[in-house]
Write a protein that binds this ligand. Structure first.
Ligand code: GNR
Ligand code: NI
Length: 168
């Protein structure tokens, strides 16, 4: 097992559109384990492969209090969204310290694959719904701050550019 480095906004690599996973092999299993370990250590409730600079359609999620209910989404697709929406205060491991409200469909039905390649569908509500949509955005090169106003985005950008200069 290994802890992976999480890339931070506004790193242009976060804009990469991930390609489908095609090989369900040992390498994939190891990547899932490493991503899960990285997510738990952060700590976070979800992690998309994009955030660890692997541009493949893979997400790990665990919204349980007990941190023992790992969900793995490989090549996830939203096959249905509710009309009803849900506003949630979101945060992102790639934009540490920034939290803001985002409105999304309240429920989504997701078609996905398991580590062995088998297909499954799951209906997501509440925090699971918010998180799976947040993670799937990462796979399409989108970060939650893009839902915020231009003014807020520009302030966040300025703050993160300054941080980078300081860290260098
Ligand atoms: O840890 C996380 N918490 C969170 C809270 C509200 C909405 C979305 C999230 S996802 C985030 C982890 C992360 O950045 N995943 O991409
Ligand atoms: Ni995120």
């Amino acid at each position: 097992m290994a802890l992976l480095n999480i890339i931070e906004y506004p790193d242009p690599r976060l804009k990469t559109v991930a390609r489908p996973v095609t090989r369900f092999d040992q390498r994939l299993t190891t990547l899932i384990e490493d991503m899960a370990q990285t997510m738990y250590a952060a700590p976070g409730v979800g992690l998309a492969a994009t955030q660890v600079d692997v541009h493949e359609r893979l997400v790990v999620l665990d919204i349980s209090e007990t941190k023992d209910q790992l969900h793995v989404f490989i090549n996830p697709e939203i096959v249905w969204t509710s009309e009803e929406t849900l506003e949630c205060e979101e945060g992102c491991l790639s934009v540490p310290g920034v939290y803001d409200a985002v409105t999304r469909p309240a429920k989504v039905r997701v078609r996905s694959q398991q580590a062995d390649g088998s297909a499954y569908e799951v209906e997501c509500v509440g925090l699971l719904s918010v998180c799976v949509q947040h993670e799937m955005d990462h796979l399409d090169g989108k970060v939650f701050v893009e839902y915020l106003s231009a003014l807020k985005q520009s302030r966040i950008r300025t703050r993160f550019k300054k941080r980078k200069v300081k860290a260098a």
